[in-house]
Write a protein that binds this ligand. Structure first.
Ligand code: HEM
Length: 407
């Protein structure tokens, strides 16, 4: 337990560190990678360039520090991050490295303002925060290892099939090279995929949702083609998987992880709202939902640009054949003539509160939302405006949770 004086120092220095948060974490990453270049194999370089991971780490440490005297309140957020850490292979022995360089960066950026008392207090606080993460992650490692067919680290998988899903998304069907058992996973979970690309000095790891129900003899991931657009370079791993990886290739996967999962025990109505490639974890959830003998009412709402880019359209339609009690709505922002002719969608434009209001169940329900950061923000705000409790909204944004909020 921290002394009262240490807690006081931590709380009083959070604002100044928040102010310098980005500079401190940039300095931290620079120094850490200089001393531990092996960690460049683990961190996402695109996130580094776009300052997303820097923000995520800075925010998380500061948010945890704000709650240093009541750390139990941060456990749900720690769990979400811990799933990602476990999936990436972050280990107990990495924490002192991060701690050492974080403290070093605080000292370097704050200069004389970082007194011995302040540095000592932050060292103690970091130790306590790190222990919470290490303990949650150790349980997750244990669970992954104990599961039938489970494994630690990265396991080689063969690309058995590569299939386009609309204009921009491909599905890869992956089977373990060792022909061993695959552990079940919770609908909505993701895997980390590690790739080695020619002419790249470091391996790259990315997370992809499993886009099918958890009872197959393969794992399927579905990847969007991330072309370069103004202000954002092309997604290296996405382009590599689309253009270079063919059937028969080997990819390395860590065991399924993630806490954005279907609450199978909750018998309230289920509402899924997704956009674009955000449909992938939803496919896993709705397939699992349709296989439940007794299931609550369900509403599935998906936004796409148009019919040609709309992935899994047929799969969702066939899902409805088995699940006639489910209601399905598609929203196209830019429908083609053919989309109009064939009435492939129910709403034109964007999903908005007015339209949502006509679709949502009147009673309390569980909401699953997945898409880009902007889409998520809009949906969560619309749902709240319509009277949905924040605690009933489960949201998964693809990318580091840079704006992680604890309170
Ligand atoms: C991701 C916080 C320690 C490696 C993250 C994220 C947060 C975070 C908030 C984003 C999570 C998400 O996107 O879902 C922290 C905190 C730590 C800590 C508060 C210490 C108390 C570590 C350590 C390592 C590590 C010790 C290993 C050296 C990573 C990596 C990612 C990550 C590789 C994913 C990065 C990316 O995709 O850009 N961490 N972390 N973290 N963390 Fe940590």
């Amino acid at each position: 337990m921290l002394k009262e004086n240490t807690i006081r120092i931590i709380k009083s220095t959070v604002p100044v560190l928040e102010q310098h948060g980005l500079t401190i974490t940039k300095c931290f990453y620079r120094n850490m990678f200089a001393e531990h270049p092996e960690l460049l194999h683990v961190f996402n370089h695109a996130n580094q360039h776009q300052e997303r991971q820097q923000m995520a780490l800075a925010n998380a440490v500061l948010a945890a520090a704000k709650h240093i005297d009541q750390l139990s309140t941060i456990v749900p957020v720690v769990e979400q991050i811990a799933h990602k850490h476990r999936s990436l292979g972050v280990k107990k022995e990495h924490y002192p490295i991060v701690g050492h360089h974080l403290l070093g960066a605080i000292k370097e950026v704050l200069g004389e303002a970082a007194t011995e008392d302040i540095l000592q207090a932050w060292a103690e606080a970091y130790g306590i925060i790190a222990d919470v993460f290490i303990s949650v992650e150790s349980d997750l490692y244990q669970q992954a290892e104990n599961q039938h067919g489970g494994w630690e680290g990265f396991r080689p998988f063969i690309v058995q099939r590569k299939q386009p899903e609309g204009e921009q998304i491909i599905s890869l069907y992956l089977v373990p090279q060792d022909e061993g058992t695959l552990p079940a996973f919770e609908p909505g979970q993701y895997v980390s995929v590690k790739v080695e690309m020619p002419e790249e000095s470091y391996t790259h790891i990315r997370q992809y949702s499993l886009s099918h129900a958890p009872d197959a003899s393969y794992y399927r991931i579905s990847v969007k083609r991330e072309e370069a657009v103004e202000g954002r370079p092309a997604g290296k791993v996405s382009m590599f998987l689309h253009d270079e990886v063919q059937e028969g290739a080997v990819l390395y996967l860590s065991a399924p992880a993630g806490d954005f999962t279907l609450k199978v025990q909750d018998d309230r109505p289920r509402v899924w709202i997704s956009a674009g490639v955000g449909i992938t974890p939803m496919i896993s959830m709705i397939e699992a939902h349709s296989k439940q003998a007794v299931r609550p009412p369900a509403v599935f709402i998906h936004a796409a640009a148009d019919g040609p880019s709309h992935a899994f359209r047929e799969e969702v339609a066939s899902w409805q054949e088995h699940t006639t009690d489910a209601k399905i709505y598609f929203c196209y922002s830019n429908p083609t003539d053919m989309d109009r002719e064939e009435q492939r969608y129910q709403h034109e434009g964007r999903i908005d509160a007015e339209w949502l209001q006509t679709l949502l169940p009147a009673e309390s329900a569980v909401y699953y939302v997945c898409g880009s950061a902007a889409f998520m923000e809009q949906m969560v705000s619309d749902l709240k405006e319509l009277g949905v409790q924040e605690s009933d909204i489960c949201a998964e944004y693809f990318g580091p949770k840079g704006s992680l909020k604890l309170a």
